[in-house]
Design a protein around this ligand. Structure first.
Ligand SMILES: [Zn+2]
Length: 117
């Protein structure tokens, strides 16, 4: 299941793509999401505004990545709180933001997949 999430696969059949894009990691264009699974017809967005909640997932991901980045980056500096670390964190989070947007939606679909249909 984790592999299906990371490879952008349908939670119902594990074959169709959720985002109509081959690469969900280093892709900075606007996400192109399928409304229904192209393989089994599973409805990804079960109601209007369904993905509003995915923003909370995205927020959680961002905070976790910020903390991890800080822990890694701080080992390279003598000061515990060097201002350059903040720059590094901001840069990393900016790079990850489009990936987070996709991942949070995929996670959100997986969270509620059992309630659809
Ligand atoms: Zn499917």
């Amino acid at each position: 299941m984790i592999k299906d999430i990371l490879t952008n696969k349908c939670p119902h059949c594990g074959k169709g793509r959720i985002f109509n894009e081959a690469n969900i990691y280093f892709n900075f264009s606007r996400p192109k999401m399928n409304e229904y699974c192209p393989n089994c017809g599973f409805n990804y967005q079960k109601e209007p505004g369904f993905f509003f909640g995915a923003m909370y997932v995205s927020y959680g991901l961002t905070v976790a990545q910020g903390i991890i980045t800080y822990l890694i980056a701080s080992t390279f500096f003598e000061e515990k709180f060097d201002l350059r670390i903040i720059g590094i964190i901001a840069g990393i989070l900016l790079l990850l933001s489009s990936f987070n947007m996709r991942l949070s939606r995929i996670l959100w679909i997986y969270l509620f997949k059992n309630y659809s249909r």
